[in-house]
Design a protein around this ligand. Structure first.
Ligand SMILES: [Zn+2]
Length: 550
């Protein structure tokens, strides 16, 4: 079925200024078109809500780190067997798997599509493990996938920063994106991971130097932000600031934003970077500093963020931020694993659980909601739980309910530990309730725009035919967890609430040009230090061509 008319739904397509208008949506050969011939098959969406397919700007679904985490989560997996879905015969074989906070690959694709999401980005891939990520995405059906490559603690880049070779650093980043099939540049704890790996303590201020070098977090941030912007990458540099999860880290977050003022930059899982240090004079205190940070974001059109909301229940923290994970392991006493990725980065993983009765969990939950509820521009403050760090992507419907339904939010607020909530705007009673249009912005139109995906996140003519149809319900958590229909690239994948088809997703990757002299230099570097021969480093044979830039 290459043509389809979705009839009479209430359409929310904020990128095209459509806010709840009853209209038809026409599809031909995987694209949205203005009209289809009479006699085209129809799908009756009268009384239902129609939105573009969801776009997840920051998740962890297909990486070497995810696989390490799966290995650590044996209890979760044995407790959550997932039977193969009843797919229509003849398209792709249905596969069983396991669920939990890090489901197996096939189950991940099925469950994202089952929530109406059709595009997902993995936010942290060590370059040397990119081949693995492509293999995992090959096994993750339905969703289009891409990933961000970790730079900023990698030996080659740090040498360029130390030498003031910013142009070479830019060419290196461009080469790396093409070699790995990546989509954007990710920085995690700039310089801090490398410092910690090499026996220096973590870097905690943006002008602190790495060892005896001239490398500072500020220099790394400037170099990579400029690289992404000069290369005109569709998504700016994606930043996980220094001092994640530490009380008082608001000063680092604001200093980082100031350091990059005037440059386009995306700050990820902002919630984990908005903590004050508590009542004056008290050491080791915690408080919310969400208001200070979101006011800074509201006033700066170059800045975009995803929230990284914490949801109560099980989570798995996995991050390239080895030192932050070390501290979490030390304070939680849970099992963990830590991995040094030779020349490139680190990785720590800890199964975790956020509890309503735990003071810090409750503070984190409140900080995330404050960021959402005080955000002035939903196009620049988009939804994430940093899945599975703040909670699984399967908690998105419950999060949408917290944003849309003040009564549900206040009900939960009464139950949570209040000890650290003094001064939180949430306890003053934030009355905002997100509209359906705002939800459409923070879950699809906004992320697509921030990612520079011109044919996603909207339903205008020429857009990819990724469409989600929801039954209208007052219980928003239920409504967003059970779409009635999901269409991916023109294929009806969810029909009457049941997953019926699971076509392969597409890979979203870039190949920006670079000066060839960097390759000569890199070859020397890999010959001297790499465990992989330089010629074997680039991933080859990818089935989808790089996206056009421009
Ligand atoms: Zn993340």
């Amino acid at each position: 079925m290459s043509r389809l008319r979705i009839v009479g739904g209430t359409v929310h397509d904020p990128a095209n200024g459509v806010d709840g208008e009853v209209r038809d949506v026409c599809i031909d050969a995987g694209r949205i078109v203005a009209e289809v011939p009479s006699g085209t098959p129809t799908l009756d969406a009268r009384g239902m809500i129609v939105m573009p397919g969801g776009v997840d700007i920051h998740s962890h679904v297909a990486s070497s780190a995810c696989n390490h985490a799966r290995r650590l989560l044996v209890e979760e997996h044995s407790a959550n067997p997932v039977a193969a879905p009843a797919l229509e015969a003849g398209i792709a074989p249905a596969r069983s798997g396991t669920g939990g906070t890090l489901p197996t690959t096939f189950t991940t694709g099925y469950r994202y599509a089952g929530l109406g999401y059709t595009t997902v980005f993995d936010a942290a891939v060590a370059p040397i493990t990119a081949r693995h990520t492509h293999a995992e995405f090959d096994d993750t059906p339905i969703v289009d996938g891409g990933f961000y490559i970790l730079l900023g603690n990698d030996e080659y880049l740090l040498r360029q920063v130390d030498a003031g070779e910013r142009d070479r650093a830019r060419d290196y980043a461009a080469w790396m994106l093409e070699a790995t099939g990546g989509y954007a540049i990710k920085i995690v704890n700039p310089g801090g991971v490398q410092a910690w790996k090499s026996g220096q303590r973590n870097l905690t201020a943006i002008d602190e130097t790495l060892g005896s070098s001239r490398v500072t977090p500020r220099a790394i941030l400037e170099t990579l932000a400029d690289a992404a912007n000069t290369l005109r990458l569709p998504h700016p540099v994606h930043i996980h600031c220094n001092n994640l999860g530490q009380p008082g880290n608001v000063s680092t977050t604001l200093a980082t934003m100031d350091a990059l003022a005037g440059r386009r930059a995306h700050f990820t899982h902002l919630q984990f970077h908005c903590y004050g240090s508590g009542a004056e004079g008290k050491t080791g205190g915690w408080s919310s500093a969400a208001k200070q940070v979101i006011e800074r974001v509201n006033g700066d059109p170059h800045v975009s963020v995803d929230v990284g909301q914490v949801m109560f229940g099980p989570a798995t923290t996995l991050s390239a931020d080895g030192p932050a994970q070390y501290l979490l392991q030390a304070s939680s006493g849970r099992k963990w694993t830590n991995i040094d990725v030779e020349l490139e980065t680190g990785c720590g993983i800890i199964p975790y659980r956020y509890e309503e009765r735990a003071a810090v969990s409750a503070l984190q939950w409140a900080v995330g909601l404050e960021l959402f509820l005080l955000a002035a521009d939903p196009w620049r403050v988009v939804l994430s739980t940093d899945s599975p760090n703040g909670g699984s992507f399967e908690a998105y419907p419950a999060l949408i309910q917290l944003l849309m339904d003040r009564a549900a939010r206040d009900e939960q607020l009464k139950r949570v530990n209040q000890r650290l909530l003094a001064g939180s705007a949430l306890t003053d009673g934030l009355s905002r309730e997100y509209t359906l249009n705002e939800i459409a912005i923070i879950t699809r139109a906004g992320p697509a725009r921030l990612l520079g995906l011109r044919h996603k996140g909207h339903l205008g003519v020429g857009a990819e035919a990724d469409v989600t149809v929801y039954t209208r319900e007052d219980d928003r958590a239920r409504m967003f967890s059970l779409p009635r229909y999901v269409i991916k690239g023109g294929v009806l994948v969810v029909e009457e609430g049941q997953l019926r088809r699971a076509p392969a997703g597409r890979r979203l990757r870039l190949a920006p040009g670079h000066d060839e002299t960097v390759v000569t230099d890199l070859r020397r570097f890999y010959d001297a230090y790499g465990t992989v021969a330089f010629d074997n480093f680039p991933v080859r044979g990818l089935r989808d061509a790089p996206l056009e830039l421009g």
